[in-house]
Design a protein around this ligand. Structure first.
Ligand code: NAD
Length: 416
């Protein structure tokens, strides 16, 4: 089975468990799972190839899953494998995340099937602006707000903001994750990893793990993984292994995250980091440690490698890094898991803060942003923990139950 099918199966499994807890009728389940609107567009861009201009077309998508609790909200992915099925599943996940942290948004996701590395800046700008032009009828600061995701960045958001503003006036709130100079939010870049570290620390404290005696393994040293590593190192945890797609590095004595980041900047990877020995990603996942942070891809932990995992606590920084069968195996062995729905929600929380600041034209400083992020995360963490205890279920089921219950209630109140 390919990764996409595994993820869809895993998501269905987790959702069905929550549907059972909520005792929802079949028609309610169908409504909750259905997209409000799915838009597919063709985006034309003139590409320069071998000194000649040639018109190319790309497929673009926007899925607006649910807006019972507020405007649609979700990222925009530029990746060659983007397709409607993937975007639909990710749009749905956004609905549950925004509901879980109780922010007034629904869920959406979009993307273009393109390898952005094959385009120059001018071509990427044209692609981004054309996409925004064609999406203009269904987006808006109180309708659907865009954000970066894999393959997109603050610059892409700035181009989209410019395009949208041509016909609607200067509307910074149409996109989040934009450059700070154009109304972006201080702290947005590190928000997801910062939140992961914050919740890992809370969960570790509940398990009586002492930071200085707790070894942390980070699978995927990108944006989220590196900021989670910084956050945990700042709290005193010992980071013993880090990895990228080409493999990882290990040191029982601990790795300086600042030195690792400088090494990646200079050499483009972790290989050869001074004071460390190389490990494969398979070996890294099975290292003896207290905390494991999967921060790379979906379905990294499956039935094939779950048995080898020695961590006592897993905090899911990536989306769907553990398949449902592996999840069951790990839970049976008493491994504590903080699920993705809760663990990586820092990014969308700070996106919400950015939108609020844009609407009010009143920027906050980084300390205010991070303090508010911590407060909301803590509240969500406590609420999920209390529900899990009350129902005698795991945190993931409780998180889904809470999120789906809120969306269902809003739909009923509005008479959807
Ligand atoms: P990124 O591209 O910055 O980093 C991904 C990292 O994973 C890179 O270091 C890459 O080398 C590594 N990687 C790729 N394949 C790997 C493999 N097979 N084994 C080990 N490492 C591998 O992406 P990111 O923004 O850090 O996102 C990471 C995960 O977190 C994704 O699942 C993403 O959907 C999820 N997420 C991100 C955010 C956010 O705000 N960026 C928010 C929520 C969830």
């Amino acid at each position: 089975m390919n990764k996409k099918c595994i993820c869809q199966e895993t998501q269905h499994h987790f959702l069905n468990r929550a549907f059972d807890c909520l005792k929802l009728q079949e028609a309610q389940q169908t409504l909750l799972l259905s997209s409000f609107r799915e838009m597919r567009i063709t985006v034309p861009v003139t590409l320069r190839h071998n000194g000649e201009n040639k018109l190319h077309t790309f497929q673009g998508y926007r899925v607006q899953h649910n807006h019972a609790r507020g405007p649609f909200k979700g990222g925009l992915r530029f990746h060659i494998d983007v397709n409607m099925g993937e975007i639909r599943a990710l749009a749905q996940l956004m609905t549950w995340k925004t509901a879980l942290v109780d922010i007034p948004f629904g869920g959406a996701k979009g993307g273009i099937a393109v390898d952005p590395k094959h385009l120059n800046d001018t071509e990427r700008e044209e692609l981004s602006k054309r996409f925004c032009q064609k999406m203009a009828p269904i987006i808006g600061v109180h309708d659907d707000i865009l954000a970066p995701d894999i393959g997109t960045n603050p610059q892409v958001m700035a181009w989209m903001l410019d395009e949208y503003s041509k016909n609607h006036g200067f509307r910074t709130a149409i996109v989040t994750g934009k450059p700070v100079e154009l109304g972006g939010c201080a702290g947005r870049l590190e928000a997801t990893g910062y939140g992961v570290a914050y919740l890992a620390d809370k969960a570790a404290a509940e398990m009586s793990l002492i930071p200085e005696q707790s070894r942390v393994v980070i699978h995927g040293f990108g944006n989220v993984g590196s900021h989670a590593a910084i956050g945990l190192a700042n709290k005193g945890y010992k980071i013993i292994a880090l990895s990228g797609s080409q493999g990882g590095v290990f040191s029982e004595q601990g790795i300086s995250v600042a030195v690792a980041l400088a090494h990646v900047r200079e050499t483009g990877g972790l290989s050869g980091l001074v004071g460390t020995s190389p490990v494969s990603n398979t070996e890294l996942l099975g290292l003896s440690c207290e905390i494991l942070i999967p921060a790379a891809l979906e379905a990294s932990i499956t039935c094939d490698n779950a048995e080898a995992i020695q961590a006592k606590l897993i905090v899911e920084a990536a989306n769907m890094p553990i398949t449902h069968q592996a999840d069951e195996q790990l839970q049976q062995r008493g491994v504590v898991i903080v699920p993705d729905l809760l663990a990586n929600v820092g990014g969308v929380l700070v996106s919400y803060y950015e939108w609020v600041q844009n609407l009010q034209q009143f920027p906050w400083d980084r300390e205010t942003v991070l303090k508010r992020l911590e407060n909301r995360l803590f509240h969500a963490y406590q609420t999920v923990g209390a529900l899990a205890q009350e129902r005698q279920v795991d945190r993931r089921t409780a998180a889904y139950e809470l999120a789906i219950g809120r969306v269902n209630q809003a739909m009923q109140l509005r008479g959807f």
